[in-house]
Design a binder for this molecule. Structure first.
Ligand SMILES: [Zn+2]
Length: 255
């Protein structure tokens, strides 16, 4: 059993062959996945998918790169959708200082408003962080995000930052980069973070693991992430699969 905690099967890259992608995921042992929507079209499509497939759940929020586009109506719409039983988290949200479409101050405000929303509806949050670690940690602390906790999605930081996130009630989620030959930090994090605080994800269609690096990613490849973590921790693949799945079900309150 595997749980892909971060998949964008709602992306246009899967329009042509979604059924085959889903079949391959199930054949690889993927039992559940969370489809992440981060703007109007991707949230709408995520909600369609969770209606259609029993084993899919949704996380819905607003991406920091597009923070400048988010309206009050968008945020109210997201809050309304959280009453749907298959919406299990808010996000992805956070800060992205790599792209400069949205000014930092706007990103921070949109991030804070989504944390506040998550606390109102009592759902965990999914954090996107690109080159913004210090500001993310500050805002999570200032907004009291530990009350809901959540996921540091596709974590790429140091062991020290990972430990700081654990103290704030967050899980560390590892994806394709942990399998890259030259990825030092994700491998150190996989070794250092206790298995009961780790999650696995693909972030498909992005960040395909080795040996598919550079190609379209898909949920079946989450198995390669679990295998890499097992090797780094010196434990069995079955144990990594079972514990990370149990962690995800606990966080998302899935029976
Ligand atoms: Zn994502």
């Amino acid at each position: 059993m595997l749980f892909d905690t971060h998949a964008h099967l709602n992306a246009e890259q899967f329009e042509e062959d979604l059924e085959e992608v889903v079949t391959r995921a199930q054949e690889s042992g993927v039992e559940n996945m969370v489809i992440v929507g981060f703007d109007r079209p991707t949230i709408t499509r995520a909600m369609e998918l969770v209606e259609q497939y029993d084993f899919m759940y949704a996380s819905i929020g607003w991406h920091p790169v597009d923070a400048v586009d988010m309206t009050d109506e968008d945020l109210a719409w997201i809050e309304d959708l959280t009453s749907h039983p298959k919406v299990v988290a808010i996000g992805e949200m956070g800060l992205d200082y790599y792209w400069d479409k949205s000014p930092k101050e706007v990103q921070k405000e949109v991030f804070r408003r989504q944390i506040q929303l998550a606390k109102r509806v009592k759902l965990p949050i999914v954090i996107h962080n690109r080159e913004a670690t210090a500001d993310i940690v500050d805002i999570l602390k200032e907004e009291g995000a530990s009350e809901v906790g959540g996921i540091m999605h596709c974590f790429s930081g140091s062991v020290e930052v990972a430990q700081e996130c654990l103290l704030m009630n967050f899980y560390i989620s590892l994806g394709g980069p942990v399998t890259f030959k030259n990825a030092r930090k994700p491998k150190e994090v996989a070794e250092a973070v206790p298995l009961d605080k780790l999650l696995i994800e693909t972030d498909c269609p992005y960040l395909a693991p080795h040996p598919y690096r550079g190609k379209r990613n898909e949920p079946s490849y989450v198995k390669l992430v679990a295998e890499q973590i097992a090797e780094l921790k010196g434990i069995s693949y079955e144990e990594v699969a079972a514990i990370t799945t149990a962690n995800a079900k606990k966080l998302f309150a899935i029976k």
